[in-house]
Design a protein around this ligand. Structure first.
Ligand code: NAG
Ligand code: NAG
Length: 284
């Protein structure tokens, strides 16, 4: 009797630790598959997620939690080979007509041609803030980390820890910034051959279907999140934390390198598209 009475709590305790430790990065715990009738799958005990696209449908998933600020990492390995016309979207978005959104989109290409990484920020339902890049590696050969670092000062887009874009909080100058609407994380693999690759000129080659993108190592440990509308999870947001960081000089140098070498589109230099004038933040 005495033996089993002491053993039981021990066992419970170790189970508890196992659950806590496993929750970082476990796709079963963090996401719901929401689209694609079995075309998106969680594998390897929750460590791997794959989305596929065929002629009938794409597929996708969304986070269980909602976030209001966070430094959120996801590793992605994009559709290999001839991926022209496919888009892998990975973004945060709130709901409603005046939603906020922070976007990564990965536009496929012909074999050997570079992927395009597309970024955008919507505030109050308005976007038109695209910046696009090629990458300094082949994003289909291996997993790479894509990070949205969103805090009250700025939104930093990072690839393998290298900042590629910063959208600053310029609310004081009348530029929108997401500060109050919690967002979920969404991702999907879908067909967009009317616009995605080389302006829509290159169509999907369905003989390569099903197309597949993979996800690993999700990390939302530095984030303020809620699991229901009433239940906020405690977040470490003290003054030295991710909540108050902006780029240091070294990171500005890295971002300048990326933007000089790999940026292929910047809404802040597109005078043709915005003859009435560029967005206010472009001149700040
Ligand atoms: C595809 O490759 C072409 C040619 O290198 C490049 O101009 C384009 O930006 C690439 N990406 C997309 C999505 O078209
Ligand atoms: C909060 O409520 C809205 C509206 O009912 C719902 O769409 C949303 O998923 C809820 N948020 C969470 C985290 O459950």
């Amino acid at each position: 009797m005495a033996v089993s009475a002491t053993k039981k709590p021990l066992l419970l305790l170790s189970l508890f630790f196992f659950v806590v430790a496993a929750s970082a990065g476990n796709f079963y715990e963090s996401f719901d598959i929401t689209w694609g009738e079995g075309r998106a799958k969680i594998l390897e005990d929750g460590q791997l997620l794959t989305c596929t696209l065929d002629k009938t449908s794409g597929s996708g998933f969304q986070s269980k939690k909602e976030y209001l600020y966070g430094k959120i990492d996801m590793k992605l390995k994009l559709v290999a080979g001839n991926s022209a016309g496919t888009v892998t979207a990975y973004y945060l978005s709130s709901k409603g007509a005046t939603w906020d959104e922070i976007d990564f989109e990965f536009l496929g290409n012909l074999t050997g041609q570079p992927y395009t990484i597309h970024t955008n920020v919507f505030t109050g339902g308005k976007g038109d803030r695209e910046m696009q890049f090629h990458l300094w590696f082949d994003p289909t050969a291996d997993f790479h980390t894509y990070t949205v670092h969103w805090n009250p000062i700025n939104i930093i887009f990072l690839v393998d820890g290298i900042p590629i874009r910063v959208f600053k909080n310029n609310e004081k100058s009348g530029v929108g910034f997401p500060t109050s609407q919690p967002m979920k994380i969404y991702s999907s693999l879908w067909e967009a051959d009317d616009w995605a690759t080389q302006g829509g000129r290159v169509k999907i080659d369905w003989s390569n279907a099903p197309f597949s993108a993979s996800y690993r190592s999700f990390n939302d440990q530095s984030a303020c999140s809620r699991t229901s509308n009433a239940t906020w999870v405690a977040c470490d947001a003290n003054k030295d934390s991710w909540m108050w960081t902006s780029l240091n000089n070294h990171q500005y140098g890295q971002m300048k390198w990326v933007q000089d070498e790999f940026m292929i589109y910047n809404y802040c230099t597109d005078y043709k598209r915005f003859p009435q004038g560029l967005a206010k933040e472009c001149n700040l």
